[in-house]
Write a protein that binds this ligand. Sequence first.
Ligand code: AMP
Length: 360
Amino acid sequence: MPTIGIIGGGQLGLMIAEQARILGAKTICLDPTPDSPAFNISDERIIASFDDEKALENLCRRSDVVTYEFENVPGKILVSLEKHIKQGVRPLLDSQDRIREKNNAREHGLTPANFVEVNDADSLIEGIKKIGYPCIFKTRTLGYDGHGQVVLKSDGDLEKVATYLPVPAILEEFIPFDFEVSIVMVSDGETIINFPIGKNIHTGGILDLCIVPAPINESLKTKIETISKEFMRRCGYKGILTIEFFVKGDEIYFNEMAPRPHNSGHYTIEGCNTNQFMELCRFLLDMPLQEPKLLAPTIMKNILGQDLTSAEQIATENIPSTYVHIYGKTVSKPKRKMGHITFVGMEIEEFDKKMTNKFY
Ligand code: AMP
């Protein structure tokens, strides 16, 4: 029985471990937090910090193949362990720094919003002259769920950025997009499969709903699929990759990418004939990839701490084709991702009518 090593024990690690088990593989998971969700199901655990080189070596030694579900592992440590990491370290390095990420996207056929590098107050002022208002300031590294970001509409907003400076950052043109979409792909180096494109709705910078299929016409759908696969191919990436885009009319702007399973792909577990975690495991275990198909229109609702009680209530109601996932985190806090619910066979109008009022 092969063993998959997973760097990171959050809900993504948990769901990778679940699918690995279905395929007959064992898992060993590394995370600094003793009560990490994935530890409830992984066969073995290593409690260690993500910059503990010895612990990461230990994980690699005990695994047949290693993957990462946490993006902020120091890339430099992983470089020396790269032979164990089937996906390679480059996609991770390319995604860890927003400037590198956007330059890489541009070099390989995608269009990010205009951006400039910012490091201090002077370069911020210069940057604003080039980009103009409105614009958005983001720290270059370690940003997630809207953390480290400020929207600037006028000089009056500059003081909001002052608390971050001096810091390596990026200043981006603000795109008044119609909506956001994401695409999850898995490549074995030859075949690239993609899951159906979903529309993402964020609340307070955190993903709230994923609506699948996204309301885009056939030509836009084909365009997004084609440029995304071409990007993956040209970059020489293998394994799993999610790309988030802003859609404005017929224009598509690259926002960011993640070389790991993605929150917007959770709907695939019940909404498709195969799911993002399963296909990642199939790649890791040298099994042929399966072409994903949407079984029915599907909505994924993230469950943050403030919605946990409602989600537990919905779980008791036994609503057909409604799948409540609770990640088993021991501490629940507002804005912390505690679970998600997938509604298969439901469209947004029905969701708004029957479900929206059950949540904060
Ligand atoms: P990010 O961490 O880069 O994904 O940004 C978090 C959220 O901020 C995105 O999902 C968008 O809703 C919003 N956002 C980020 N960049 C831009 C932009 N250039 N223009 C408009 N909205 C943005």
